[in-house]
Design a protein around this ligand. Structure first.
Ligand SMILES: Nc1ncnc2c1ncn2[C@@H]1O[C@H](COP(=O)(O)OP(=O)(O)OP(=O)(O)O)[C@@H](O)[C@H]1O
Ligand SMILES: [Mg+2]
Length: 392
């Protein structure tokens, strides 16, 4: 495939309004979007969100269905008028409820890729991709070279004269991506773009999207409810919960220091256990649980008598056959196991207490096998109990 990123970087038409030096980034301040349902109830789809997206960042919005991801993206693109707040990009203020400013979508220079490819069926691949440039009356020569080089970068140069109905779903999504890159120049918004393509194409396209974003340097805001997709793409993840940002940070920080049970569960599988704090041994909190005493390395300021929830990751549980004394280690019996391709997943019993989601590699162990299980004190998160349980 001809690599023509340098052509793209030059952005042939971006000087038409003298704005080629503009550096992208998005600043969202106190953004609110309420909808009113037919029955009169109000939905706070976006409920006071403030996020700064720096230049070249790949920000992923991760959250369950209905949490407001699409609405937030549509507000940034200008497809939805927010109820209040402010949205600015490096091109200026795009929306400001206080100043009654609302720049129309086509003038925002933001590309958008949708879950449904949203291509025009009566236009060729080339014309679909050229559309945003023609709509803004870019010079003809610039359009041709820009569209051609973008199609080449995406490996679909030879499809330029086909119609969308004549190419595969994965290829259609590449066309949609090409159109967004051409339209966006420096900012591209993605709304679950890979959920309609099959698993292999999805993996390929995900890697390509990330590679292109790094090479071309555009700022990306990418919506998904797939945590692996989020982890694989993001420089930062914003976990969205009921129209609000529950936590924002690097994938690693969100994964290993989730601020709530909701975030912990959103970003990965969990193994959870309630308990009561017994006291402290040095910097280890000692918590009484169904397994007995568990030592937790934590900076949380818990006190004896506090009810807490201990949250761990299945992958952090160790399964051993010999007793090489470890902190937080118990004799256990395999109750059930499943081979999941890259790992085995077990339910193990420590006396009467069951632990679900214990992962282990190697030969699958038969039911009834005697093992030792352990969890390192640093691999346990302590979360406040009462309100977390209520939310769970
Ligand atoms: N035009 C509308 N009128 C009324 N309510 C709406 C409208 N658009 C969205 N909503 C509501 O706003 C909330 C957020 O919707 P949104 O589409 O942003 O969620 P989402 O996080 O993108 O979900 P999904 O993962 O299912 O796409 C939902 O409760 C939805 O029903
Ligand atoms: Mg959505």
């Amino acid at each position: 495939m001809a690599r023509t990123q340098s052509d793209l970087k030059r952005r042939p038409d971006s000087t038409e309004d003298g704005s080629s030096q503009i550096v992208p980034s998005i600043s969202i301040e106190n953004l609110v979007k309420h909808f009113r349902r037919e029955n009169g109830t109000e939905v706070r789809a976006v409920d006071d969100i403030s996020i700064d997206v720096p230049l070249g960042e790949f920000l992923v919005l991760l959250g369950p269905s209905g949490c407001g991801k699409t609405t937030l993206l549509r507000c940034i693109a200008g497809l939805e008028k927010p109820t209040s707040g402010r949205i600015a990009t490096q091109r200026g203020v795009m929306f400001d409820s206080g100043k009654r400013r609302n720049v129309p979508p086509e003038a925002r220079r933001i590309g958008m890729v949708f879950q449904s490819y949203a291509l025009w069926p009566h236009m060729t691949v080339f014309d679909n991709v050229a559309y945003p440039l023609r709509a803004r009356r870019a010079p003809k020569a610039g359009i041709h070279s820009r569209v051609t080089s973008t199609l080449d970068v995406l490996g679909i140069g030879e499809l330029a004269h086909q119609y969308p109905g004549q190419v595969s779903g994965g290829q259609q999504q590449r066309v949609a991506l090409a159109r967004a890159l051409v339209a966006g120049e420096d900012t591209v918004l993605f709304d679950e773009p890979l959920s309609n393509v099959d698993a292999q194409v999805r993996d390929e396209l995900r890697i390509e999207i990330r590679g292109m974003q790094r090479e071309l340097g555009f700022t990306a805001v990418y919506v998904t409810h797939d945590r692996e997709e989020a982890m694989g793409l993001a420089t930062r993840i914003a976990v969205i919960e009921r129209g609000r940002v529950a936590q924002i940070g690097t994938p690693k920080a969100i994964y290993s220091q989730p601020s709530s049970l909701h975030v912990a569960r959103t970003i990965g599988s969990t193994t959870e256990m309630g308990g009561t704090v017994k006291g402290w041994e040095g910097d280890h909190a000692v918590v009484n649980t169904k397994l007995g005493l568990i030592r937790v390395s934590t900076s949380e300021s818990v006190s004896p008598g506090d009810n807490v929830l201990l949250v761990t990751r299945p992958v952090d549980w160790q399964l051993d056959f010999n007793d090489s004394p470890l902190v937080n280690q118990w004799r256990a019996v395999i109750k059930a196991g499943a081979f999941l391709g890259t790992r085995n997943e077990y339910i193990v019993a420590v006396e009467d207490a069951l632990i679900h989601h214990v992962w282990h590699h190697g030969e699958i162990l038969p039911q009834g096998s005697q093992v030792w299980i352990s969890i390192p004190p640093a691999a346990i998160q302590i979360l406040g109990d009462s309100d977390e349980k209520a939310k769970a």
